[in-house]
Design a protein around this ligand. Sequence first.
Ligand code: ADP
Ligand code: ZN
Length: 742
Amino acid sequence: MSEVKGGIARVIVELSLDREFDYSIPAPLRSAVVPGVQVVVPFGARQVTGYVVSLPEQASVARLKPIRRVVGDGPLITPSVMRLARWMSSYYAAPFEVVVRTILPSDVRRVKRAFKAIPYIHRVTDAPVNSDPAWRKRAAKQALVLDFMEREPVVALPRLTQETGATLAVVRAMEKKGWIRIEKRQVNRDPFEKYHVVPTQPLPLMTQQAAALKRISAARHQSDPGVVLLFGVTGSGKTEVYLQALQEVLDAGQGALVLVPEIALTPQTVERFRARFGDIVAVLHSHLSGGERHDEWHRIRNGRARIVIGARSALFAPVEPLGLIIVDEEHENSYKQEEAPRYHARDVAVVRGKLEGCAVVLGSATPSLESIHNARTGKYALAAMPARVDHREMPVIQVVDMRVEMEREGRLNVLSRALMEAIAVRLERGEQTILFLNRRGFATSLVCPRCGYVAECEACSVSMTYHKATHELRCHLCGACRSVPSVCPNQDCRDPAFRYAGLGTQRVEEAVAACFGHARIKRMDADTTTRKEAYGELLGAFRAGDIDILLGTQMIAKGLDFPNVTLVGVINADMGLHLPDFRAGERTFQLITQVAGRAGRGDVSGEVIVQTFTPFHPAIQAARALDYERFFDQEIEFRRELDYPPFAHVISVTLRGADEGAVAQLCELVVSRLKPKLDPAIRCSGGTPAPLARIKGVYRYQILLRSRRVKAAVEPLREVLNGIKWPKSVSYAIDVDALSLL
Ligand code: ADP
Ligand code: ZN
């Protein structure tokens, strides 16, 4: 410790160093240097940017260099977001500076990224010549400008030139005469410039909506507001509840955050909020240009935007004071960031709410097991909306057993007879069909095409993974290993034709086209939507009725509302079931329910056909009956028995490297050092190749921990990992509350 006292700033610099550095604060900067401001500091021979994270009493070293200057006017990180960042860094075991880089968009951090200014024309006086017909004839363009400015005395130059056809030279000439003045003015790059929205008024709420709104208001007025789980079936009118809750927040002089999954963040979604609240709604997502993101962010910081709608990272927007956080489709996996810091936006939202004393609403038609569990145990308040708006019927769900289908047809067709007939009826009636192909993960489960048998680990209840190189089945949780059986192990089946589950959209498209040559079919997947606008264009065409059958993957399962869709077909409901992941059942249930929700949003009720090899699987049965309760009761027991979430946290450690021997050896070392340090109640498994054992030539090994408390597992883990001298060729990643176990 040194003698230097006061006038010290602790700074993290924008270099990948997991450390904070102290600097002295020169007297003229004393008032400007507060936690959260961006600063320029000397670092070695260079100057780098950084952020003041605290003002410690004592410095950690004796001789301090001074801060060079402060960037901008005030902190970029608000005190509460700073606290949130600290929490994330510790909970998710991520370096603080990596967290800071996540909470501040790069376009805000970049010192050079400036506001945009454009010339504005101001009308100064009445031009005396304006009514002189001779002059008007001679100077037609100038006359047009004067006419225009009679209506709009202040106008941006680009708009003026566009509206009147006058060139810059014409405008300059008029300035010389003193009729107008040209002035640069800062403008916002508005991502909505092109959209014109029709304002909407609050709808009279249905009883269930009114009750939900009351729940949320009540929570907001408690001293410890907590979380409300809004469990409303698709089409139950959740958005209207959000809108009216937001109005109350605005009326109270507060702001709010609304998170939606990236894929659901379409112009239509944003429009619903803009239509109610106008341009106090800011949007943050990855498709904005850098300038737009910069301006939107500053519009939020200076309080002109009060409601922020965006994907995952919008959670860190500097709204003050914060009155409400809404996380729509809270069960969505895309809320989890798959790179450091590996945070889950829903969970962090709950923490931010707690830190700021504001209520959090989690909405979904198929809530995560964790959230439902929290509602059942009283940790969250529950607002249920079990009916659709206007009491429209829920779709009828029919399960088609593909084993029977195969038996009858003598071969396996992509479309069952029932689904084909249903599509034909829709084509005849001019109604639309959505076909859904489950393509999550990878095709390495072993499935019997005749009876639907799936190779599972007896100890872990997850599908075993087929490893091609060694021709073995392996459980990546416990490491159990079996050879591949030569015939189906099901006593009643004994079929020798095992296969690896897998079917591509292209093949499905061909099959559909072969059956319905005259239908207009479009495919929507990662391949057909690589262009930024393609997704919107396809949906636009579908909405306009230019497509009869829309075929797609996960992309079409979410939040789309098309009144003319009366049939939804799920081609392969099993696909996701056989992944080596304890959440496979939950995800399959959610997916079928969500996809089914796309049918019958208009006046005609909908039909859903689910094709499967395992019709009696609990997840499929529960989805067919639209019976969440039943699904939950079964699933929660299984989770409790095996110590899976919500009863424990899953923490995964993945080691990667091109040299498999080195990776395996280090993995073993970690496990052997870790096990003695762990509380015996913490389960530690793995230390084996990950299900995706090799990606692009890089070997992956995995260790899985299941612990009731995150800290109890992460602290010893970090100790062990930090105590190892890692060769350059092997890297590791810690994932707390891991969602992807592949
Ligand atoms: P969810 O988000 O729960 O799937 P939405 O909010 O999209 O449901 O609502 C479905 C439809 O019902 C929308 O077209 C919406 O405008 C309409 N709607 C919602 N609430 C009401 C209401 N109280 N009265 C009339 N229509 C409503
Ligand atoms: Zn196992």
